[in-house]
Design a protein around this ligand. Sequence first.
Ligand code: SAH
Length: 266
Amino acid sequence: MSEEPADTGADAAAEGTVYLVGSGPGDPELLTVKARRLLGEADTILHDKLPGPDILEEIPDGKREDVGKRAHGEGTSQAYINERLVELARAGETVVRLKGGDPTVFGRGGEEMAYLAERGVHFEVVPAVTSAVAGPAVAGIPVTHRDHASAVTFVTGHENPDKEDSAVDWEALAATGGTIVVLMGVTRLPEYTAALAEAGMAPSTPVALVERATWDGQRVATGTLETIVETRDTAGIEPPALTVIGDVAATRERVVDFLATTEADP
Ligand code: SAH
């Protein structure tokens, strides 16, 4: 803590620092050494639910600011979070903005970096294992494989593929022949699997859903482009979950009996 009042925002040396920290997929042992150190050193930790229960329960209540979804379902606004980070740093605090997975993969890390930079607040990004790679991996699915996939795309499933100006070009994705990992893609699974099929992807293409990867109660459900919606419904797969589309999804079958995991079958 600085004894100097940081009145202008220009004197960054007298101010605190904001660390944009990734928690990894949720297993506390997959926190980086640096993330763990910063969680210990932080004056305040702003987080949502995605780091998962095991990591969140380690945060002392006195340091915690939950900026995730409220009981009534509305999230704290990004504008509030941005401003709160600035306010705490200017008060001289060491601030950790803790995010699930890696902070720059669908984590608004970019927006927060830009906001802090514009206001002259010191920050550091602390990268981590993204669930987009770790989730498939712990389910026995490598996102690339010499025989099956020489490219991988991470994509948001949140966009409505029917929307004229959808930011995701599913037709182009279907043509890459690489692995597609969809984040935030449980609800719109029917829409984007249909879009991929329409774009010519084989109905028999293997697909896996990995729910709560590395958390207690991790579950994996597998099917094909044609059957995966039914699989989702039968198994009752819910967010957070990843959808892995491509031939690599079938490698799980060959290794599943030897995977050491706490995973439950759906
Ligand atoms: N920054 C995060 C992603 C944030 S977007 C990362 O790098 O992992 C939120 C989406 O991430 C969720 O909807 C889900 O698709 C995925 N996700 C994050 N953690 C997960 C987990 N432990 N298991 C399954 N999916 C997860």
